[in-house]
Design a protein around this ligand. Structure first.
Ligand code: G3I
Length: 366
């Protein structure tokens, strides 16, 4: 008898528990799963990353994170002169096509990078001997060849990259320091930049055309000279659509100068693309530096600031987007190319979100 009463009491207790639990939950709004907020889903403009075809095609975590978080791609190096025209007149678009094909398959924007730069040149250009007409032809043939090949596949181009000196704002010309000069300025004269835009526009009239550079956050002669050049181009009717503000910065950056540069570039009326964002935690490449929460939080605050300053200083119609230069620390050019000890991006080398990711996302929303 006692056992039966016990059993009934047991079931009564269970029943009471469920009754209370159901009663409670009936009064509560059910905790619905919030759609996973992503960078591209949060931003009101494209969020991009530099990519390599190897990583896209070989790293599972890489391309799943990329597809989730981003909607714009820039080829890190595989659409540059040395890769696409390794011999004069002989073009190789295989790697670039792999990236462009991936973007088309997944409905991502492609920002072409870059047609003319004083670096990433093949030996045949560096050693080329010819008169100014011969130089003009090789210059025009490269631009026309690549812009025609990617016509209708790329939304935009960095037509000319880093043509202005860091120190005095003059155009790079004869080699001041090794690698600082511009073979293009030396053999084609100062107006080569305008002609690069004209040749690209003739080859692909629908592509948006950008001048891309770094160091705008310094202010001073480089930024002044860039804005003067962009304004002149606009007044001359040169087919330029926008300016790339690379934003390779570090945790010591002067945030007021970043905001002022964004405002001044926006005042040209051109599109403004934050085109190569990364935030170094170890600009002096101190090999004894240990990654700390303090550094990570400083970096997070800056990612949030960049997103907020971009939205505050660039009118919505002029925001071409924010592109980080890769998205995972382990793939950063600072780490993979310069072999620095650094952690500059929103994802760690295991493709896990850092505090920088969350703060960047918050800065996109506020
Ligand atoms: O992947 C190949 C490898 O297979 C080959 O064995 C090796 C040796 O030739 O080269 C490897 O490719 C290198 C690539 O980086 C990937 O590491 C290229 O040689 C090397 O030139 C390339 O460097 C790139 C550099 O531009 C020059 O194109 C960097 O990744 C890239 O981050 C850097 O990006 C520049 C922007 O275009 C302009 N703004 C500054 C930015 C950083 O310097």
């Amino acid at each position: 008898m006692l056992v039966i009463l016990n059993r009934y009491f047991y079931f009564l207790l269970i029943g009471l528990f469920f009754f209370i639990a159901c009663k409670k939950s009936a009064n509560q709004t059910p905790q619905l799963p919030t759609p996973a907020a992503t960078l591209q889903g949060t931003a009101s403009f494209p969020m991009g990353s530099a990519v390599t075809s190897y990583n896209l095609l070989n790293k599972y975590n890489y391309f799943t994170t990329l597809l989730t978080e981003y909607n714009s791609l820039t080829a890190d190096y595989e659409m540059k002169f040395d890769q696409t025209e390794p011999q004069q007149g002989s073009f190789n678009y295989t790697a670039g096509d792999a990236i462009v094909g991936f973007a088309a398959q997944h409905h991502l924007r492609i920002h072409g990078h870059n047609l003319i730069w004083h670096q990433a040149l093949p030996a045949w250009v560096i050693n080329f001997k010819g008169d100014s007409l011969a130089w003009e032809n090789l210059f025009k043939n490269h631009i026309e060849g690549e812009a025609t090949h990617y016509k209708g596949q790329v939304a935009s181009w960095d037509v000319v990259n880093e043509a202005i000196r860091d120190d005095n704002g003059a155009l790079r010309n004869k080699d001041v320091n090794a690698g600082d000069g511009s073979i293009w300025r030396q053999h084609l004269g100062p107006d080569y930049i305008a002609r690069a835009f004209q040749y690209t526009h003739e080859a692909d009239p629908n592509a948006l055309l950008f001048y891309n550079d770094y160091g705008q956050e310094w202010g001073g002669p480089k930024l002044d000279s860039m804005i003067a050049m962009l304004t002149k181009f606009k007044n001359r009717g040169i087919p330029i659509s926008g300016v790339g503000f690379q934003m390779h910065i570090d945790i010591h950056v002067d945030t007021a100068r970043v905001s002022s540069a964004l405002k001044r570039l926006a005042a040209t009326g051109l599109m403004v693309h934050i085109s190569e964002l990364d935030i170094s935690l170890n600009p002096s490449n101190d090999q004894s530096l240990v990654l700390s929460n303090q550094l990570l939080y400083q970096q997070a605050a800056l990612y949030q600031f960049i997103a907020e300053s971009y939205r505050a200083n660039v009118p919505a119609a002029q925001r071409y987007g924010i592109t980080t230069w890769e998205f995972s620390d382990g793939d950063s050019w600072l780490v993979s190319w310069l072999k620095h000890k650094d952690w500059p991006l929103p994802f760690d080398s295991d493709y896990k979100k850092k505090s920088a990711y969350y703060s960047l996302q918050y800065g996109l929303t506020k």
